[in-house]
Design a protein around this ligand. Structure first.
Ligand code: SAM
Length: 234
């Protein structure tokens, strides 16, 4: 299959290597170059699907240097695929400035949609999904984390956070302190062997994980603030 020239932003699996679309496989196969965060991680993915390709790193530390080169190649008609280590690029991952620069240069950008931990967690957490706010990673230090949470207190929507195992309990405790003891779900290791969703109140979840930080990758889904029940009619 011949790909049109342009930048392809391609989602890759968040655990299970089979979670990859036919379009992404075709693009990875047909790309002149694949930009990835860690060439070892992407080489493993490609190896799993029998694909050989030219890989170039594109991450926070070399992005500014790489962008002019990438733009030049796109201007010359290259087909360039951007992937991250897992999930959808740009979602708590590099790529925003590249997409911005390519669009500003009037060159084509195509999406190859697929997995994202945020959507995967929301789809099974059992929290309302009509309105949600993705807040990414909270700051690692409690003071800054609580300030960030204070900005979210009045938002009438489900809140979605990325978190790491070692920080989970402290983060849940700050959420309970600032947001109130709302219902929440800890979605862990999605699409992997030890996939699980643990639900409870924020304070209960904080206590549960305080002594035994969980292993693996985590999304925290917090239900919206309770709407006060209307006063009963006489
Ligand atoms: N771009 C990715 C996406 O679309 O999901 C997210 C990249 S971000 C650097 C990595 C974070 O996503 C992890 O620290 C974790 O919070 C979450 N994550 C990634 N894979 C996950 C999985 N299989 N289960 C639960 N959370 C996951």
């Amino acid at each position: 299959m011949s790909l049109e020239p342009g930048l392809y932003v391609a989602a890759t699996p968040i655990g299970n290597l089979k979670d990859i679309t036919l379009r992404v496989l075709e693009a990875l196969q047909g790309a002149d170059v694949i930009l990835c965060e860690d060439t070892r991680v992407t080489a493993k993915l490609l190896g799993g699907h029998g694909i050989k390709a030219v890989l170039r790193p594109y991450h926070d530390h070399n992005a500014a240097q790489m962008r002019p080169e990438v733009l030049e190649r796109l201007q010359d008609g290259a087909r360039i695929v951007l992937v991250s280590d897992a999930g959808t690029p740009l979602i708590s991952d590099p790529g925003y400035k590249l997409v911005r620069a390519v669009r500003d240069a009037g060159l084509p950008v195509f999406t190859l949609p697929g997995p994202s931990a945020m959507v995967a967690a929301l789809s099974i957490a059992g929290a309302p999904t009509d309105r949600f706010l993705f807040a990414g990673f909270l700051p690692p230090k409690s003071g800054a984390r609580q300030s960030a949470l204070r900005e979210l207190v009045t938002i009438d929507a489900t809140l979605v956070f990325y978190e790491s195992g070692p920080r989970l309990a402290a983060s849940l405790a700050d959420m309970a302190a600032v947001l109130g003891d709302r219902r929440a779900a800890v979605a862990r290791e999605l699409t992997k062997l030890h996939e699980e969703v643990v639900e409870g109140g924020l304070a209960e979840l904080a206590a549960r994980y305080a002594d035994t930080p969980p292993k693996g990758e985590i999304v925290v889904v917090v239900h919206p603030p309770e709407v006060a029940a209307p006063a009963a009619a006489d």
